[in-house]
Design a binder for this molecule. Structure first.
Ligand SMILES: Nc1ncnc2c1ncn2[C@@H]1O[C@H](COP(=O)(O)OP(=O)(O)O)[C@@H](O)[C@H]1O
Ligand SMILES: [Mg+2]
Length: 223
């Protein structure tokens, strides 16, 4: 599984315009294999979030291209790109980004709903995912009442709703204590190993470094 190319970033450049332009990425070349767990490390401001956003089609680079399973996403129109993201990517963020006054289950169900999966089929899939991550008890509690670790597991369940080929996780453990960080790290690692999902993580976390298939380092926008 690991020899199939999932994501190819070619010559990526990103300049943020402003009073003083910021060159956040400089000629970044990166090939990521299907089922690979890749860790992107680097100090704060080195371009990790920028790289993940571009790879995941959330941000258009100033130069270069990204192809995902053979599709060049950098040249897709807005609508096609939106559809592509829904079908191919799951996102996990540092601050979880759940709807706090919806339950864990409702947060995940919404992710199925926007992909056209509704009713009993969606509810069964939601329960399956939440139970895989040990969240049976928490499914019907409001997101705002869940612990950080539980929120992040709900967020991972949500990210899997479209059965994505890749999960992009930006500092997924940095708001968690060691124990919950380890649980989330293990879940992400199993996604790569057991489901063959490509997992790209930006972080500076020793535990993730231990289980990653490969670690790359960004320094001032250079890989
Ligand atoms: N929307 C933006 N507008 C202007 N500059 C930005 C923006 N986003 C990020 N930057 C700058 O780009 C550089 C890389 O940022 P970022 O990708 O967030 O790095 P990291 O995730 O490694 O901390 C930093 O200098 C940051 O200040
Ligand atoms: Mg960042």
């Amino acid at each position: 599984m690991l020899d199939k190319l999932a994501i190819a970033a070619h010559d990526l450049r990103m300049t943020y315009d402003g009073a003083r332009p910021v060159h956040a990425l400089k000629d970044v070349m990166l090939d990521i294999r299907q089922g690979e767990m890749l860790l992107v490390m680097g100090p704060s401001g080195s371009g990790k979030s920028t790289l993940l956003s571009i790879i995941g089609g959330l941000l258009t680079p100033t130069g270069g291209s990204v192809s995902v399973s053979g599709t060049e996403i950098t040249h897709l129109g807005r609508k096609a790109l939106g559809r592509f993201r829904l079908q191919n990517f799951g996102y996990v963020f540092q601050t979880f980004n759940l709807f706090s006054s919806m339950t864990g289950a409702e947060n995940v169900e919404l992710a199925f709903d926007i992909r056209g999966v509704r009713g009993r089929k969606a509810r069964t899939a939601v329960r399956d995912l939440l139970s895989q991550f040990g969240l049976n008890e928490q499914a019907d509690r409001l997101a705002r009442d869940l612990s950080g670790g539980e929120k992040q597991r709900v967020a991972i369940a949500r990210a899997l709703a479209g059965n994505p080929c890749a999960i992009l996780a930006d500092e997924p453990t940095s708001q968690l204590d060691a124990e919950n960080g380890a649980i989330v790290t293990d879940i992400l690692s199993e996604l790569a190993r057991k489901r063959g999902t490509t997992v790209v993580i930006a972080a500076h976390d020793d535990r993730i470094q231990k289980v990653a298939d490969r670690v790359v380092r960004l320094d001032d926008g250079r890989l």
